[in-house]
Ligand binder design. Sequence first.
Ligand code: RIB
Length: 312
Amino acid sequence: MVVVSVVGSIHMDFYIRLPKLPQQDETVIGYGFTMLPGGKGANQAVAATRLGAETYFIGRIGKDVFGSQLIDILRSNNVNTDYVTIDDTTHTGIAFILLNTSGENMIAVAPGTDYKVSKDDINKAIDVIKRSNAVLLQLEIPLDTVIYAARVSWENGVNVILNPAPATHLPEEIYRYIYAMTPNRVELSMLSGIQVKSFDDIVKAGRMLIKKGVKYVIATLGGDGAMVISEHSAVHVPAYRVEVVDTTGAGDVFSAALAVFIAEGMDIIDACRMANAAAALKITRMGAQSAPFREELMQFLKSYSMVEVKRR
Ligand code: RIB
């Protein structure tokens, strides 16, 4: 079994389902409200464990009801929580998610304890980081901590997968620590400074990040699938067609699946196909922590390819 460590955020997601997303100054009456576990880091940890990795989550929760509910959910998913710190200086991270009938969302986050995740937390987990096959990072905790975690992992020969979300500018130093980066179009535009519209733009922008030191840029393109860009090649991997319920956390499931399958030794293009399929299954379900289990993923791939053969 491969070992995956996730350093990152954990939230209680407050969802309101709406007929449409509001514009600025507009009020829209919703259909219903629900609370579900979330946070990009925790979402990735749950996805990695369901897909078959021994998974460690390194992060912080507050000493409040959401914190204890969220840690219980991680544990019930078999995620190791030995490196989760209970921090009573502020509240557990919270996200407000507005979701329309097409499954598209708007998200606002109050990070709370996410922003307390520190270099010390990484040092405490150093033994587990050293024996990991992959370390997964995102950008909902302090950037200094992300850079430190990336550097320490890289120095110990551990592959770093960075999901650069939410979009922000990154210092030059971090790029060389990253094995694979999974930006969406918005994030890729911000990181490269190129407004990506066409596939050509995506490849050009991806190559800019590769020049800075990233080995693979895997641009996630929603319904258009993903583009795997390396120094000498760019391969488009199409998406699976499914009924969309909730796209929240699809990028998290994608990044986690990529990390697990790369860690297992799969070729990057095949790992990307698996990640596309895992993300496709996730978007058929409500909630950011509704990643598929490995058996479901395998079953989906089998039945999907049978349907595709019939279509041809
Ligand atoms: O990527 C989806 C996640 O972003 C949600 O679970 C929300 O908590 C925010 O962190």
